[in-house]
Write a protein that binds this ligand. Structure first.
Ligand SMILES: *Cc1c(COP(=O)(O)O)cnc(C)c1O
Length: 358
């Protein structure tokens, strides 16, 4: 820290992203990326000609991408907001709907960025404990008079609220925004985006990073009432009106226009998830009923940190969180069947090695 950093940021604890090591080729099951490439249409959209146009600024309105999303969500352009990754949108939403003296509420175990954005913007935040089985009780989020933020499915537990439960939370918070972060909704869940036509306080955020194989393009979007979207636009135009680069705009629109490809790939990930879950249970792991592209697992009597470290030595990266309540667990991204077989074999070996060590 320099002696020049503003006092208001000196206590800020920045988000720690999953490791992206370059020292060797790992089987990467730590940041919930897709194991599949983007669709052929996406790859075809990024041409030499379009690359040459990088000398020009992109369309600040992101018209083509918003229109493609509006069509796929049966809504209008004015109900769609896009920016540079859904983290960017979450940041704007915390500013717009809770910033400077406002309040936010979210589960105690959830996506780590919610707390960081609260601290960054001087937002008073309340965290609500999950139930013992990691489920969320919707009633805990009624009448909060604060920005309510829920990842659905939740991360890193993978557990999901039903559309009815989300609607009840929205209904019981008539005077504040409810933000539903649907980063993992395409792996078997049902989006609550259709509810935005009924409730002016619901903002649904999704990303191209997981189910659409575009983590490297940095692209996210929100669906909401047109006034909420206008508020987010105001923040975007007050920070970085060109927040999405030209090539990502093209890639995103092409991805939205390849629904069959992505549906097939998400279906495959769900199948492999269920296969890996059953195998891990056979090995004695506790595995939550994840509706996402990751599994959240622990083994009685073995520390999560130990498993993380042993897997890393064997060239497999998973995500371990030091948070006390979930320190026994690891979050494992669902990769290809081959990758999951490698994981399962490595865990068997680790089990044998640990018996020898004891
Ligand atoms: C991955 C993730 C995001 C961030 O997505 P980007 O679009 O890559 O910024 C947001 N929310 C949750 C819950 C996530 O897991």
């Amino acid at each position: 820290m320099s002696r020049f950093l503003n006092a208001c940021y000196q206590g800020l604890e920045a988000y720690v992203p999953g490791e992206q090591p370059t020292d060797m080729a790992y089987i990467k099951l730590n940041t919930n990326e897709s194991p599949f490439p983007p669709s052929d249409a996406v790859i075809a959209a990024v041409t030499k000609e379009e690359t040459e146009k990088l000398r020009l600024y992109p369309d600040p309105e992101c018209g083509a991408l918003r229109d493609a999303l509006a069509e796929s969500f049966h809504t209008s352009r004015e109900n769609i907001f896009v920016s540079n990754g859904s983290d960017d949108i979450l940041n704007f939403a915390f500013m717009a709907f809770a910033g400077l003296g406002g309040k936010a509420v979210f589960p105690s175990i959830t996506y780590g960025f919610y707390k960081v954005f609260s601290q960054l913007h001087g937002i008073d935040y309340e965290t609500i404990s999950l139930n013992k089985d990691f489920t969320i009780s919707p009633e805990d989020y009624y009448h909060k008079n604060a920005l309510v933020v829920i990842a659905n499915p939740n991360a890193p537990t993978g557990l999901m609220l039903s559309t009815e439960q989300v609607e009840a939370i929205v209904k019981n918070n008539p005077d504040n925004v409810v933000l539903i972060d649907e980063a993992y909704i395409d792996f078997g869940g049902t989006s609550c985006a259709p509810l935005v036509s009924k409730y002016d306080n619901l903002l649904v955020v999704q990303t191209f990073s997981k189910s659409r194989s575009l983590a490297g393009a940095r692209l996210g979007f929100a669906v909401g009432n047109k006034d909420l979207i206008a508020d987010l636009e105001k923040i975007k135009y007050s920070t970085n009106p060109y927040s999405i680069n030209r090539l990502s705009l093209l890639a995103g629109a092409a991805a939205v226009n390849s629904p069959a490809y992505y549906k097939e790939k998400c279906g495959e990930i769900v199948k492999v998830r269920e296969f890996a879950k059953a195998e891990l249970k056979k090995q004695g792991f506790f595995v939550t009923d994840s509706a996402a592209n990751f599994l959240f697992v622990k083994k009685r009597g073995v520390s999560g940190e130990y498993i993380y470290r042993k897997l890393r030595e064997k060239g497999i990266l998973v995500r371990h969180f030091n948070t006390p309540e979930i320190a026994d667990f690891n979050r494992i991204t669902v990769g290809t069947k081959e990758q999951m077989n490698a994981l399962i074999e490595a865990l068997k070996t680790i089990e044998k090695e640990s018996q020898v060590e004891q």
